[in-house]
Design a protein around this ligand. Sequence first.
Ligand code: GDP
Length: 603
Amino acid sequence: QHEEALAARSKDNLRSPICCILGHVDTGKTKLLDKIRQTNVQEGEAGGITQQIGATYFPVEAIKQKTDVVNQDGSIEFNIPGLLVIDTPGHESFTNLRSRGSSLCNIAILVVDIMHGLEPQTLESIRLLRDRKTPFIVALNKIDRLYGWKAVPNNGFEDSLAKQTKAVQNEFKDRLQQTKLAFSEQGLNAELFFENKNMGRFVSLVPTSAHTGEGIPDMLKLLVTLTQQRMAEKLMYLSELECTVLEVKVIEGLGTTIDVVLSNGVLREGDRIVLCGLNGPISTNVRALLTPQPLKELRVKGQYVHHKMVKAALGVKIAANDLENAIAGSRLLVVGPDDDEEDLEDEVMSDLEGLLNKVEKSGKGVCVQASTLGSLEALLDFLNVSKIPVMSISIGPVYKRDVMRAGTMLEKNKEFAVMLCFDVKVDREAQAYADEVGVKLFTADIIYHLFDSFTTYQKELLEQKKKETADLAVFPCVLRIVQVFHQRDPIVVGIDVVEGSLRVGTPIAIPKPGGENVVLGRVTSIELNHKAVPIAKKTSPSVAVKIEASNQPILGRHWEEKDTLYSHISRKSIDTLKDHFREEVAKEDWALIVQLKKVFKVD
Ligand code: GDP
């Protein structure tokens, strides 16, 4: 036991930090990963880079070799055994995953296209990284596209820049300045990496090219120094198990499998594992621990290397029974000899239950579906800030049953008969059903695009409703007759607006103390100095108003020139204003409505 404890803190037991790469589409995330992975055969580069499940492992020897050009004096210290880079670019959901409060992703590379600056997804990534307090560096990629750039393949950036013409150097300076400014607008201080004196306060910008390999040595060097600086030492030792499901996949011959990242600890074949499932906890035994065949081996399709045991950090595929309902993003726990399986089940389910607590209790809201627990959480947080109520949540592809759930809103609140789907596929039958019943499905890979589509849709619905109910909406007004031009069919009068505003379409009536109101009809035109206007206000000069209706009352018998005219409000008209025209009704108007309610004896 004592020996084991010592061994646990020995150098062989250091674990590798986990690195995520994220940023806007087309900034070069995939290309950068490819370039770092590339083994330079001619120079007999240190190998050992291994392709894992959903991740690539770079042993420290490979990193040393790749940083050689910027480490001539050997001043970089290497304490980490290696670096595990998650390969699924743009895996925001992974960045958003946590275990015991800290992000599973220890460090991140945010890729920005130097020619494009900060783009929508960049901003979303920044938000995630800050929320999770994940240390990150920025790869300012595609420097080879600066006009006239002369490449020195795989060179350190400083040296490459020095070799450029003045014009190229100036363009670089300009773009760097713009990028810094854009970051400062996001509340982030950014500095060119070799001018950054305080990595805790300033984000380092590393210019790179995924095509020429320039700047990549600098990027790797920074990753190493930053992780060593920011990661607590104890984090680097293998300790308690930390394992997260990245993807749930059906594999021929293996059934449903889960791809996991083991970020700490050890997993063994036969281990009893517990994870979060869509319909409750899943407890099962590890049947196989699998990684891909090394690239050099003859690759037989579907063949994996089996492991009796794997150590953090790595990406590995787990084959086991009962994984069909496993949720991506779920934590995975191993049942130890002293553990109570049910306690662990409660623990893994708490992640999903935490999110279920964010669902609207009134049962009124949109349905939300996302690819993983992490992305679902990010989406829910965003919707919460945007004050969009959520009725139900789910994870994974959208099926008909999910649309049916959203369909229950059709009756109650049509504007919420909506599904916001983030980074998930929509089953064809589900889409067809949604189209048929009128449930709106919005899909996007950027959270705020969902928000935009949803709010645009809401506005459209509101406009439509306004059109439909325009006749029912009565804006309050009080009018004094100045002159009667025509007594009946139609009534044409000159009036002054005493209170409120008169609009074309407003029904006009004269309340009588005895009960029966005298209904004059609807305003069909308003003229100011012989010009038609849509609206007359208290501040307007006198206007001529035409009021039409069939069977209009008779002047002198039913109404008098000295009568005060009112917009004819009702319970229904007030409700319509409240429901669909709220933004257009001023405070004074509501006060006037209260007065008119008394005049017309509306409850
Ligand atoms: P991702 O969507 O962020 O993964 O972007 P990709 O890696 O797929 O790259 C998008 C496009 O940009 C591809 O056509 C790449 O060849 C190109 N690209 C990526 N990195 C660079 C670079 O450093 N220089 C230039 N000139 N093109 C690049």
